[in-house]
Design a protein around this ligand. Structure first.
Ligand code: 13P
Length: 252
C-alpha cells in the first residue's frame, strides 16, 4: 500500500514572515493527520526559517531545485549538501518551469537526481508534456523519455526514495486540470516504464503525484484513482485552508 503524499510547491512566493505564518497555521490544521505524508517546498532563502518552523511536526520540507556538485565555483547555485545540512527531506527536480523557462535539459536533471540520492535527499522528479505535444499525440513519447532519462543510473534500491510528479504543462497555473482519466492514463504509463526497468516490487511501491491546478474541489476525484498517489500543489498551497483541505482529501 502506497502512502499518499501531498506536497506544496510555493514557487517564487512568500517572504520569511508570511512563510513562517503559513507553516504555523498548517501545523495546527494537519497535526492529527496520519497516513498521509505532507511536505512544503519554499524558495531557497526561506528554507532555514521554514525548516526551523516545521521542526518536530508532521510537515517535511523540500527545496525547489539544487545543483549537482556539492561545492565549488558555481555562482548562484545551492548544493544538495547544503539543503541536507539544514534539514530538507525532499528536492523538486525537473519542474516544467526549470525545463522551459531556464532551459534545463534531461541530462542535467538526471545529474541532479543522482546527486540528490547520493547525499540522502529524496527527489521529486517532475515530468509532463506541453499542450502542442499532447495535441500531436506525443504525450507517451515525451513523458516516457523524461522518465527514462531522469532516472538513468538510479538503482532499484535508490528508487525507494524517488517520487515522480506528473505535471502536464498545459495544466500548470491555468486552472485547467487533466481529467482524472487523462491523469490516470499517464500515471499507468509511468508505473509501467518503472516496472519494466526495475521490476514489479519497485513499480508497485513508486509514488506518483499529479500536479497542475489541483484544488480542494478536484483533489478527491484525482486522488481516488489507483495510480495517483498524491499531489504536487502550486497555487493552492499558498494558503492554509485550501492546502489542508487537499491533505484531508488524501486522508479520505
Ligand atoms: P498549480 O497548482 O498552481 O497549477 O501549479 C502546479 C505546479 O506546478 C506544482 O509544482
Amino acid at each position: 500500500m502506497r502512502k499518499p503524499f501531498i506536497a506544496g510547491n510555493w514557487k517564487m512566493n512568500m517572504l520569511v514572515d508570511t512563510g513562517k505564518g503559513l507553516v504555523a497555521q498548517l501545523k495546527d490544521r494537519v497535526r492529527d493527520v496520519k497516513g498521509v505524508e505532507i511536505a512544503i517546498c519554499p524558495p531557497a532563502v526561506l528554507l532555514p526559517a521554514i525548516c526551523e518552523e516545521a521542526k518536530g511536526s508532521n510537515i517535511r520540507v523540500g527545496a525547489q531545485n539544487m545543483y549537482h556538485e556539492n561545492s565549488g565555483a558555481f555562482t548562484g547555485e545551492v548544493s544538495g549538501a547544503m539543503l541536507k545540512s539544514i534539514g530538507c527531506t525532499y528536492v523538486i527536480l525537473g519542474h516544467s518551469e526549470r525545463r522551459h523557462i531556464f532551459g534545463e535539459p534531461d541530462g542535467l536533471i538526471n545529474a541532479k537526481v543522482n546527486a540528490a540520492l547520493a547525499i540522502g535527499l529524496k527527489p521529486i522528479l517532475c515530468v509532463g508534456e506541453k499542450l502542442e505535444q499532447r495535441e500531436a499525440g506525443r504525450t507517451e513519447d515525451v513523458v516516457g523519455l523524461q522518465v527514462v532519462a531522469g532516472l538513468y543510473g538510479v538503482t532499484a534500491q535508490q528508487m525507494e526514495d524517488v517520487v515522480i510528479a506528473y505535471e502536464p504543462v498545459w495544466a500548470i497555473g491555468t486552472g485547467k486540470t487533466a481529467t482524472p482519466s487523462q491523469a490516470e492514463e499517464v500515471h499507468q504509463l509511468i508505473r509501467g516504464l518503472v516496472t519494466e526497468t526495475y521490476g514489479e516490487e519497485v513499480g508497485q511501491s513508486l509514488r506518483i503525484q499529479y500536479g497542475g491546478s489541483v484544488k480542494p474541489d478536484n483533489a478527491r476525484g484525482l486522488l481516488g484513482l489507483a495510480d495517483i498517489d498524491g499531489a504536487l500543489v502550486g497555487g493552492a498551497s499558498l494558503e492554509a485552508e485550501p492546502f489542508s483541505k487537499i491533505v484531508m482529501a488524501a486522508v479520505e
